[in-house]
Unconditional design. Structure first.
Length: 523
């Protein structure tokens, strides 16, 4: 049988507790616990059968200044303990608390899952039996100084988490214990992924119509399903990072981190610490507690190393170690950490030429070049320019709040007869530039300002046109001249239509109208 718990409302007076004790002692009933609050006394006594219990309650009611006596389920301290247990059990963060002797007093289920030590092994035991003596929670107990997001790795339990600690103070501000909140490192990574709202990009968002790009996208979709390292090759501005993001989004790792880093944009010494992390005290200015590197941060996901050809020889050697063994070693540490990361790399450099001149490691090249993916430059996919130009027109007219809804044939003629050294990035800049200076609803040739000194787009005008001609006759002559010039560069009606912004059928009709024909009569 369970113990009996009683609540006794009263009018406080001297000797009330003594009188209650006499009633119980006279009947040889042991008091297990007693709690006294203002005008309320709580009693926990040994279990009783129904009749003795009723007699005790009536006897207690007869004591002077006792207002009532009734049975309750739990004592206040028991109720508080149950509530605390329920609260600690309902949260995802690990909670571990110690008293002023560094004995573990609280240890919830989430902490048990993170630390991987059974509750029965740790509760009531010295914290130092499980944790190293330098654990920040013991420092907080000693100094009263709180800490935030200190990284902790327990080798013997394979635990890796962030810990934030606070001292526990009594009403006199004396330290009576300490409490730490623990978060598993994988949960932290997932939280960062959710909160930052990482840019997602899929294969459906890659604009193309030419056969060359169809083959590239089909290959990229196939390799996305695997885990092998991919080396993306292509000139600057061809969209190598977008392909990397699309591969990640189509892979089994899509729900994990995608971490891009430009190897050319960060100084060599800083890049090493960013990629591999460092231990506390590894160098001057190092964060207290050390820092995990991007390889650890991206574990379970994908890391994209852009401009891989800019890595120094020292970092090439460290990257080779990661590719060979799947392990990283922080700066200043002798401990190796296992990481599960898919590496996507990209470069616009000629790595083969760099190998020949001893500027890039050959063994690293073959580790990276498991699956090569070549992105063609824009000048080799002229058919895609009208499609991308229309997309950028819509994008920038919406961003700049302009009502531009078309791009003229003459403007497209300019765009398709340019060599695009900056590729898609340059095309995007040119269209944004045009939308900024545009005052109408249609992009014309005069709005196309290209990134070179000599003019590329010659206005289709003829100052020597006889003024006695009608406008329709002048337009017909200009149209015929444009078709004739275009025929010298494009040998099929489809390419001709793409260059002039016309459909295949419309091109054939205009050629017939002006008595022109395609070379070798091919369509």
């Amino acid at each position: 049988m369970d113990n009996v718990c009683l609540k006794i409302p009263n009018i406080d007076r001297v000797g009330l507790v003594l009188d209650i004790s006499h009633v119980l002692a006279a009947r040889h009933i042991n008091i297990i616990s007693m709690e006294v609050e203002l005008n309320i006394i709580f009693l926990e006594i040994e279990s009783l059968s129904a009749t003795p219990k009723k007699e005790i309650i009536e006897a207690l009611k007869g004591i002077s200044q006792v207002l009532d006596v009734y049975e309750i389920t739990l004592m206040p301290h028991q109720e508080r303990a149950e509530q605390l247990k329920a609260v600690l059990g309902s949260i995802n963060d690990g909670i571990i608390a110690i008293d002023n002797q560094a004995l573990v007093t609280q240890y919830n289920a989430a902490a048990q899952q993170i630390i991987r030590v059974p509750y029965s092994t740790l509760i009531g035991q010295p914290l130092a039996d499980i944790f190293p003596l330098t654990t920040p929670l013991l420092e907080t107990l000693k100094t009263g100084i709180e800490y935030n997001n200190r990284e902790i790795v327990l080798e013997h339990t394979k635990s890796h988490y962030l810990s934030s600690g606070r001292p526990l103070l009594d009403q006199s501000k004396r330290i009576i214990g300490a409490v730490a909140v623990l978060r598993d490192i994988q949960d932290v990574r997932d939280l960062v992924y959710t909160v930052t709202g990482q840019l997602t990009f899929t294969f459906d968002e890659i604009l193309f119509s030419c056969n060359a790009m169809q083959r590239v996208v089909a290959m990229a979709k196939a390799i996305a399903r695997g885990t092998s390292t991919v080396l993306i090759r292509g000139e600057t501005g061809t969209g190598k990072e977008l392909f990397a993001r699309a591969i990640h989004a189509a892979s089994p790792r899509a729900g994990k981190m995608f971490v891009p880093i430009n190897c050319a944009a960060i100084p060599d010494t800083l890049l090493e610490s960013e990629l591999f992390g460092y231990e506390e005290g590894a160098f001057s200015g190092a964060n207290k507690g050390g820092k995990q590197g991007l390889f650890e941060f991206a574990s379970g996901g994908t890391i994209f190393l852009d401009e891989i050809g800019e890595l120094s020889a020292h970092l090439q050697a460290k990257l080779l170690r990661v590719l060979q063994d799947g392990k990283v070693r922080r700066i200043g540490s002798n401990r190796e950490i296992i990481v599960d990361v898919r590496i996507l790399a990209a470069t616009n450099r000629n790595l083969e030429n760099m190998i020949a001149h001893s500027r890039f490691r050959e063994d690293l090249y073959y580790r990276l070049n498991v699956i090569p993916l070549f992105i063609p430059p824009l000048r080799e996919r002229i058919e895609d320019i009208p499609l991308m130009a229309q997309f950028f027109v819509r994008k920038f007219s919406a961003r700049l709040q302009k009502k531009v809804n078309a791009i003229s044939d003459t403007a497209l003629h300019c765009l398709t007869h340019y060599h695009w050294p900056g590729n898609i990035r340059e095309l995007e800049n040119v269209i944004e530039r045009a939308i900024n200076i545009l005052g109408d609803t249609t992009v014309l040739a005069e709005h196309i300002i290209l990134d070179q000194t000599q003019p590329v787009c010659t206005p289709i005008t003829d100052t020597n046109l006889p003024v006695q001609q009608t406008l329709a006759e002048i337009v017909d002559k200009v149209e015929k001249d444009v078709l004739g010039a275009a025929l010298r560069q494009h040998r099929t009606s489809r390419r001709l239509g793409a260059a002039l912004g016309l459909s295949h059928t419309a091109v054939l009709k205009k050629l017939h109208k002006h008595g022109l024909s395609l070379p070798d009569h091919k369509s």
